[in-house]
Design a protein around this ligand. Structure first.
Ligand code: LLP
Length: 432
């Protein structure tokens, strides 16, 4: 079953009519397809079946509790980067013992919280952090399981803000020093070496950078296994998805692993990395975020005005950069389609922009989109990952609601914020 497709020129998510969902829950609105999330999880799992592996969903991509619960029930572990993400996993019914805790700036409070809950591993990013973990663990009378993140110095050929595996990036420890840091860890009383980790970047659309990183790292993993008996090698996330050209080109599939010029299929990814991992002798962990949820979500919005100027046409919608910041921040491409396709209207070329007071508040620039009029619904596709997760209240705009579709049923999984929510946490200054 396809997740997003037209029926008689009307866009559906699974068997649910998106115009009706917008009518019920309002816009801007995030809508997710349960089928797509589970299908992507299962397809990745199936492609990896020859390998002792575990998929740890990168919570940062979309931390909605219902999605976490869905993936937990499907058998996923979690890659977390903050105490807040651990709290969310626990709140969704997930277990800390399936969480790897990454991030360059864990605070002592977060370390204590993770130790208390017994996470699977801390992914250590520097010597000072390693020593902080030792100190906190020792003060609590606990032993911290650790993996150290290696920075393999490879170019992931992605946007510079989401490239993490070059030596100038803040992440991990270089190959020249990594073994010395493992030796340091081995000498610490309240730290136990359990794994090794890497992550070279996000939205990577070819297998080459992954292969290059693994070629550099697998010999190291084998040495660490022999020396310290490590149990896992986490190869991170980063699998890119297709953002462009499925619905409008008339193809009905909306899978993230289509073979297009922009993408690599999941089979290609596994065929490229699988053989390199076959004899590492430890469990392989993967941390996909975008691959699992990116194409499972859209942002539904309504056209407020069409503004014509002598040099431009602007389609002004009721969603803004505060709801989906990817185009503004990474010049990320998201396909934009009409929910009700009107074959009588010619396509138009326009900037699709939001109401926020910045020229960076755009979803598309000089883009050919289906003809639309004020009041029409548009769908910003592929917004399931790093969409709601990065939304903010900028311009004092309430956060959108989120809906999960399963077949012909649509359920609210996060209510829309209201104006009262915008002032809830503010305190007045004492006047005395
Ligand atoms: N593991 C680690 C250590 C990470 O830092 C990340 C993402 C992932 C896994 C998951 O990567 P994925 O499979 O989703 O590519 N906001 C940006 C993406 C930031 C990614 C940050 N780290 C965007 O919207 O493109």
């Amino acid at each position: 079953m396809h997740s997003f497709h037209y029926r008689d020129n009307r866009l559906f998510c699974e068997d649910s009519d998106l115009a009706q969902i917008a009518e019920t829950y309002g816009t801007p609105l995030y809508v997710y397809s349960q089928h797509t999330v589970l299908d992507h999880f299962q397809r990745l799992n199936a492609a990896l079946k020859g390998l002792d592996h575990e998929i740890c969903y990168a919570v940062k991509a979309n931390p909605n509790l219902t999605l976490l619960r869905l993936l937990n029930d499907a058998g996923a572990g979690f890659d977390i980067v903050s105490g807040g993400e651990l709290y969310k996993v626990l709140s969704s019914g997930g277990s800390a013992s399936k969480c790897t805790f990454a991030g360059v700036g864990k605070t002592r409070e977060e370390i204590a919280y993770a130790l208390h809950n017994e996470v699977l591993s801390f992914n250590v990013e520097s010597e000072p952090e390693l020593l902080a973990i030792q100190e906190v663990a020792s003060s609590l009378g606990k032993t911290a399981p650790i993996a150290i993140r290696v920075n393999p110095d490879v170019d992931a050929a992605t946007h510079k803000y989401i490239s993490t595996g070059k030596s100038q990036n803040k992440f991990g420890i270089g190959l020249d020093r990594i073994e010395a840091v493992y030796e340091l860890a081995a000498g610490l009383s309240h730290v136990k070496i359990v794994g090794v980790q890497t992550h070279i970047g996000s939205q990577i659309r070819e297998s080459k950078p992954f292969v290059e990183a693994l070629q550099k790292l697998v010999p190291l993993v084998k040495r660490l296994r022999q020396r310290y008996g490590i149990k896992f090698f986490s190869i991170g996330g980063g699998i890119g998805i297709v953002y462009q050209g499925s619905l409008e080109s008339g193809r009905e599939e909306w899978w993230s692993d289509e073979t297009t010029k922009q993408g690599m299929t999941i089979e290609e990814y596994v065929t490229a990395v699988g053989p390199l991992l076959e004899d590492v002798g430890v469990r392989v962990l993967l941390e996909p975020g975008r691959f699992l949820v990116g194409n499972a979500g859209i942002l539904l919005c309504r056209v407020l005005y069409i503004k014509e100027t002598p040099v431009k046409r602007f389609v002004i919608i009721d969603a803004g950069m505060n709801d989906l910041i990817r185009p503004a921040l990474y010049e990320g491409f998201h396909e934009i389609v009409a929910v009700d396709r009107n074959p009588k209207l010619d396509p138009i070329v326009a900037d699709v922009v939001g109401p926020v007071c910045e020229s960076g508040d755009f979803f598309a620039l000089d883009r050919k989109i289906s003809g639309c009029q004020s009041g029409d619904l548009l769908a910003v596709m592929s917004a399931g990952a790093y969409g709601f997760a990065m939304a903010s209240n900028y311009n004092s705009r309430p956060l959108p609601a989120e809906v999960l579709v399963d077949g012909n049923s649509a359920q609210l999984i996060r209510r829309r914020q209201n104006y009262a929510d915008l002032v809830e946490f503010e305190l007045s200054v004492d006047e005395d």
